[in-house]
Design a protein around this ligand. Structure first.
Ligand SMILES: *Cc1c(COP(=O)(O)O)cnc(C)c1O
Length: 780
């Protein structure tokens, strides 16, 4: 098998480029290696599982770079490394190959981790989504401001996907029809036994584009037609602040939901004919957030309009088949569509939304909710809006949150009226991450160390990490463990030098916050606390401070003005500290550019401190927190999302938990007065004033004043400081300084880190997927 692989690589290079391995350039070698892996797994691919299959519908799949994880999972990594060695080539050369960034953040990365776990566990879990031409934008900084460029990720080709021309599907909108053409990417389970697929749909015009069209008018029309078709799968999250943007987004959702449902129905019919009664035994469909929820009325449409089933029967089948995952408590993220837009795009589907609304009213009556008033909070169609989360809860058999606290908030608050009538439908499924990518691949040094101590069974059963606890008081072992962290910091320093042209010092504490930029994640609180420490060191109130690197990585949505202001503010702080000889040897702030999966794989293993500081009750779960824990960073965090479960597993004494809890915030909410805190606390005032007193320059954009006002004055749409930065300000810096102090005792500090690694077993996405399989999908 191994020799076959090397042989394939050589043959492909010879046939495609007439080159040897030594002569090939990076892209050519990348193609040859990828195609060779594809060739080797071919026999295991495209087999019907023979049992119930799960389709995971998601608008995002943040798979990152596939070449190394596929080599690892298919068992070919070692052979690959050997082949490169024999030819004097660097095994890391594919780091130049772009990530497939078909997602924004956690939700998309979760989908990718789930696929890895499904295939590894031998569960037929397949992904369905959109093959965006451009992934999430690339970010760079100009004078500290975020700038964006398009992410043309297929520029060097896409050797990991296969176009399935024959399986394309026609999708009809009101005034437009397009093809959804599937591109399949193999999902290779670790050990290489199961190969599932990720099927991404690309939008193309129905009519073939003919450059020979002599008639000018016809030509223009054909061009327009093609462009309008391709627009549907062009961009991840088109700007939806305009009507045209909203319309495109609804089209995208229908496009991939309808194609995916049609794909399953077609496969089903090939096996079972027209008897749809067994559909729920053949397929489970998991809806990743509300983006694919339109799949439900579309499914009803197909069964009723084309297959002539009654509503009652079609609805029963739909309910047994679909399940919905909620990812957020933010009201603005629970999607609503205006009826007029919906009808302008997919009038045929609207009819089935109406039928669902009618069925809902009937069912509500059975629950004793007979008045309009009692029904309003449930209505799928209310006023001129369609509520997609309500539709999902009503027309599926399961609704799950993604961490214990989050699920409780769904039951008590966000979806409480639904929990009242359907308590049995609500479940918790705490998120997870795949240890294949987030430890075995991204931290080979730590992986080797762990396997040396307890064997390598953790790759398939992460709970086995617990066996490490036996060494927790062994000074020599903890020292070895700490030495690995130091190596990863050194490697990160080299990478950052290359990427950002910034020097960082691996002897510093590495305190890292990387995640999407959002006010609720409170990067601004982190920045404030850095300024507080800066002033404290300058005035001498903070002594014996262990030198610390405060590292950030985050993209701000292009239209999110405040988030961009926060980036600029942090970059200004970085500049200030860098140019101040009093503090320069004690602190450094770095904002790395273009944070993505591959960058995360380098940052996470190098962290001492993991910043997870969202306002309690706002971060549904977080998965970044789990990656850091697994790689042995202590969590500096709030009682929010999965942080709670992390400290439950690893011990509160081995982490740094601070700040108001959900109940505390709930209790003071109505009387919360940030302006009063500002006025009465000189430390807080001093820091906030840097936004307006000329300490920093936002180049006349007004960004800093806007941040200042958001906290002290609020805005038409929110109260002042609605994420409670000032409430947690002091306890945060206290916790941070405590960690800084504790770091001086290297053994004690690294023992905490070690215990985090040892107790990270529960956060494997293998555990999560097993729970979904058993408790939602009804698999054995
Ligand atoms: C894991 C991951 C996330 C999610 O991070 P959170 O801290 O949970 O928000 C976002 N982006 C990338 C690139 C990731 O790898």
């Amino acid at each position: 098998m191994e020799n076959n692989f090397k042989q394939y690589v050589s043959t492909i290079l010879e046939l495609d480029y007439r080159k040897t391995i030594k002569e090939a350039d990076t892209t050519e070698l990348y193609h040859a290696v990828s195609k060779a892996v594809m060739q080797m797994i071919k026999k295991d691919w495209d087999k019907d599982a023979g049992s119930k299959k799960v389709s995971y519908l998601s608008a995002e799949f943040l798979v990152g770079r596939l070449v190394y994880s596929n080599l690892l999972n298919s068992g070919l990594y070692h052979t690959y490394a050997e082949m490169m060695g024999e030819n004097n080539l660097d095994i890391g050369i594919f780091e130049d190959i772009e990530d497939a960034a078909l997602g924004n953040g956690g939700l998309g990365r979760l989908a990718a981790c789930f696929l890895d776990s499904g295939a590894t566990l031998g569960i037929p879990l397949n992904g369905y989504g959109i093959r965006y031409k451009y992934g999430l934008f690339k970010q760079y900084f100009e004078d500290g401001f975020q700038k964006e460029t398009p992410d043309d990720w297929q520029r060097f080709g896409d050797p990991w996907s296969v176009r399935k021309e024959k399986e394309k599907i026609r999708i009809d909108f009101k005034n437009q029809s397009v093809y959804a053409v599937p591109y399949d990417t193999p999902i290779i389970g670790y050990g290489g036994n199961t190969v599932n697929y990720l099927r991404l749909w690309q939008a193309e015009p129905i009519e073939e584009f003919d450059f020979e069209l002599f008639n000018e008018q016809k030509y223009d029309k054909a061009v327009k037609n093609r462009d309008e078709a391709e627009a549907i799968s062009s961009l991840l999250y088109p700007n939806d602040s305009t009507d045209a943007g909203k319309k495109l987004r609804l089209k995208q959702q229908y496009f991939f939901a309808a194609a995916s449902v049609r794909d399953m129905v077609r496969r089903y019919k090939e096996k079972h004919g027209n008897d749809f009664g067994h559909f729920p035994e053949e397929y489970a469909i998991q809806l990743n957030d509300t983006h694919p929820v339109v799949a439900i009325p579309e499914f009803l449409r197909i069964l009723m309009e084309e297959e002539k089933l009654s509503f009652a029967k079609a609805f029963r089948i739909a309910r047994e088949t679909f399940a919905y995952t909620n990812h957020t408590v933010m009201a603005e993220a629970l999607e609503k569509w205006s009826i007029s837009l919906f009808r302008a795009v997919i009038p045929n589907v609207y009819k089935y939304v109406l039928l669902l609304q009618r069925a809902l009213v009937k069912e509500l009556k059975a629950f004793g909710k007979v008045t309009d008033e009692a029904q309003t909070i449930y209505n799928i169609i209310d006023g001129n809006l369609i509520y997609m989360a309500r539709l999902a809860v009503f027309a599926s058999h399961s609704t799950n949150g993604v961490a214990g606290l989050h699920t409780e908030i769904l039951k008590k608050d966000v979806l409480k009226e639904w929990y009242e009538i359907y308590p049995e439908r609500f479940q918790n499924k705490t998120n997870g991450i795949t240890q294949r990518r987030w430890l075995a691949l991204s931290n080979m040094e730590l992986s080797g160390f762990i396997s040396d101590k307890i064997g390598n069974s953790w790759i398939l059963n992460l709970d086995n990490l617990k066996k490490l606890e036996e060494y927790k008081d062994n000074k020599q072992v903890i020292k070895q463990y700490a030495d690995i962290k130091r190596i990863k910091k050194q490697q990160l320093a080299e990478y950052i030098k290359k990427q950002e042209n910034i020097e960082i010092d691996p002897s510093f504490i590495f305190d890292i916050q990387v995640k999407r930029l959002h006010e609720y994640k409170r990067q601004l609180l982190n920045a404030f606390s850095i300024m507080d420490i800066y002033f404290g060191i300058k005035e001498g109130s903070i002594k014996d401070f262990t030198p610390t690197l405060f590292l950030f990585g985050a993209k701000a949505a292009p239209g999110y003005f405040r988030a961009k202001g926060i980036i600029k503010y942090i970059n200004e702080i970085a500049k200030l500290i860098d140019s101040d000889p009093d503090v320069k040897d004690l602190m450094q702030v770095v904002f790395v550019s273009n944070y993505n999966v591959s960058y995360a794989q380098k940052l996470v293993p190098a962290a001492d401190i993991s910043e997870q500081i969202s306002t309690a009750g706002t971060e549904a779960s977080g998965t970044g927190n789990m990656k850091f824990m697994l790689n042995g960073a202590v969590t500096l965090g709030t009682y929010d999302g999965a942080n709670i479960e992390i400290v439950e597993q690893a011990g509160e004494e081995n982490n740094y938990i601070f700040g108001a809890r959900v109940e505390e915030i709930e209790a003071i909410k109505d009387t919360y007065n940030p302006a009063k805190i500002y006025k009465s606390n000189p430390r807080i005032k001093r820091v906030l004033d840097t936004l307006t007193d000329g300490t920093f320059d936002d180049d006349g954009t007004g960004m800093f004043k806007e941040l200042y006002d958001a906290i002290l004055k609020g805005a038409s749409w929110h109260e002042p400081d609605h994420y409670y930065l000032l409430l947690d300000f002091i306890s945060y810096t206290d916790a941070r300084l405590q960690a800084n102090k504790d770091y001086k005792d290297s053994f004690e500090f690294h023992r905490k880190c070690f215990l985090n690694t040892a107790n990270a077993g529960m956060f494997s996405s293998d555990r999560t997927i097993k729970e979904y399989a058993k408790e939602i999908w009804g698999l054995q």
